[in-house]
Design a protein around this ligand. Structure first.
Ligand SMILES: NC(=O)c1ccc[n+]([C@@H]2O[C@H](COP(=O)([O-])OP(=O)(O)OC[C@H]3O[C@@H](n4cnc5c(N)ncnc54)[C@H](O)[C@@H]3O)[C@@H](O)[C@H]2O)c1
Length: 283
């Protein structure tokens, strides 16, 4: 059973996974590259829990208990006694591979190392370590506290025991688990991203306005969000990286990123996280 989980990365997903794990009763060590961002993550968690108390969704005593389970650190060595470490840093294979080398060095031999990657090959991260049998994907969805699914990803090196432990952790977090194999996009993103990419291409071709594309898919398919709103939520840099990984794997033109997406990333219009994407957001 996972008693202590390390989360590496203080972005949208790292913060959400930390909240989910702490609420499930697990000790959480949050690691960011600077102590200031690690502390900011805890401040964000405090805010999120306070809102839940206000709305009557969480007892005040539970809020205190959840916060008591979370430690924010900048030193990777602080992950030494975690049973499970989930990395949720930038979607870039070289960066993730380097992190896995470091995690293998600092974490206990029996610890499981997991990635929250959306599309990248888990086996390549596993092979950076001396424990490729104890590496898997644990793929949460955005926002992690609300979305019910986790894809547990089996690389060709992953052992049955590792998959069982990852499934047990995700289930303890209250999530529905699906088993997927280590292929770009797994299930959800392999199906979702051609749709999102084609929405950008429709917008660029002037087939409909931004608002009408989103309204069409909400009204016509009963989706809770339109595709352009969803891209802003995911982050356009992460979306571009996901499409690039899918295209690299399959060479399917549906996965070739819409050129305007790349231009928006260059212009740092990354969506909600930078205050502007397809929509503008107050910061
Ligand atoms: N955004 C989503 O909807 C979503 C959903 C599921 C999974 N994911 C995956 O989660 C991971 C993180 O995505 P996110 O949306 O939280 O991104 P984000 O941009 O919000 O956060 C990325 C984090 O990585 C850190 N980082 C950047 N470069 C780094 C480096 N060289 N070394 C260490 N840390 C570094 C940043 O400081 C930041 O804290 C990615 O693998 C992504 O594919 C994202």
């Amino acid at each position: 059973m996972t008693k202590r989980v390390g989360i590496v990365g203080s972005g949208i997903m790292g913060s959400g996974i930390a909240e989910v794990a702490a609420k499930a009763g697990t000790e959480v060590v949050l690691r960011s590259r600077s102590q200031a961002t690690a502390d900011a993550m805890v401040a964000g968690l405090e805010k999120s829990l306070a809102k839940q108390v206000e709305r009557g969704k969480l007892e005040d005593a539970e809020r205190t208990a959840v916060l008591g389970r979370v430690t924010a650190v900048s030193d990777l060595d602080a992950l030494a006694d975690c049973d499970l470490v989930i990395e949720s840093i930038v979607e870039d294979l070289a960066t993730k591979k380097h992190l896995f080398t470091e995690l293998d060095r600092v974490c206990a031999d029996g610890a499981i190392l997991a990635t929250n990657t959306s599309t990248l090959p888990v086996v390549e991260m596993a092979m950076e370590t001396g424990r490729p049998d104890r590496v898997c994907g644990v793929h949460f969805f955005n926002p992690a506290p609300l979305m019910p699914l986790v894809e547990v990803v089996r690389a060709i090196t992953t052992s049955d025991e590792t998959i069982a432990a990852a499934r047990e952790f995700a289930t303890a977090c209250g999530k529905t688990v699906v088993d997927v194999k280590d292929q770009a996009g797994f299930v959800v993103n392999a199906l979702l991203f051609p749709y999102l990419n084609n929405a950008v291409k429709l917008l660029d071709a002037g087939v409909a306005s931004r608002d009408d594309i989103d309204a069409a898919m909400k009204g016509g398919c009963n989706f809770p969000m339109g595709p352009l709103e969803l891209l802003d939520l995911v982050g356009l840099d992460t979306s571009l990286a996901i499409l690039e990984a899918l295209y690299t794997e399959f060479k399917d033109p549906n996965y070739a990123p819409a050129p305007v997406l790349r231009r928006m990333v260059s212009a740092e219009r990354l969506g909600r996280k930078t205050g502007a994407g397809f929509y503008d957001y107050k910061r």
